[in-house]
Design a protein around this ligand. Sequence first.
Ligand code: ATP
Ligand code: MG
Length: 167
Amino acid sequence: MTTAVTIPRTGGTGGQTAVAARARQVVKAYGSGETRVVALDHVDVDIARGRFTAIMGPSGSGKSTLMHCLAGLDSVTSGQIYLDETEITGLKDKKLTRLRRDRIGFIFQAFNLLPTLNALENITLPMDIAGRRADKEWLDRVVRTVGLAERLKHRPTELSGGQQQRV
Ligand SMILES: Nc1ncnc2c1ncn2[C@@H]1O[C@H](COP(=O)(O)OP(=O)(O)OP(=O)(O)O)[C@@H](O)[C@H]1O
Ligand SMILES: [Mg+2]
């Protein structure tokens, strides 16, 4: 069983609804036949806006699967996912890509950094793809806050696990 715990944090996110993300009767099955695994079995969850939510459960219980589905990184077998008022399970590829790029930040369990890009290039990659420039002051502040200022020119293999995750 997977459990969601929410902890209040300071600072609003400026959104409209009290619930930032919702899952309704979400089923995610991998594979077929004998190797079929039902990772999510009719999951209903509300993720409150402006709070930290921790999803807890044993290894293999479906935490990463739930996160991937909530963020529109993976498709669901059935059920609905909403971000604000948008049902993302009904979106076509192009709209989903744009929504992921503009509205979702995701730290992967396996970091998924591009090995040929340095830390700074990996950080700004989504904006580069979108054809936008990062606000330099904000970028500096974020980088300093997470302690990466001295490692921006390093490639992922030259970073510690924690540094890679913060990138
Ligand atoms: N691509 C896949 N193909 C088949 N089965 C998968 C796939 N990805 C995950 N699974 C299965 O789905 C179940 C849920 O996996 P998931 O990665 O969501 O677990 P988790 O709760 O994040 O585990 P951990 O705490 O170990 O990270 C597991 O039993 C896993 O074996
Ligand atoms: Mg996981």
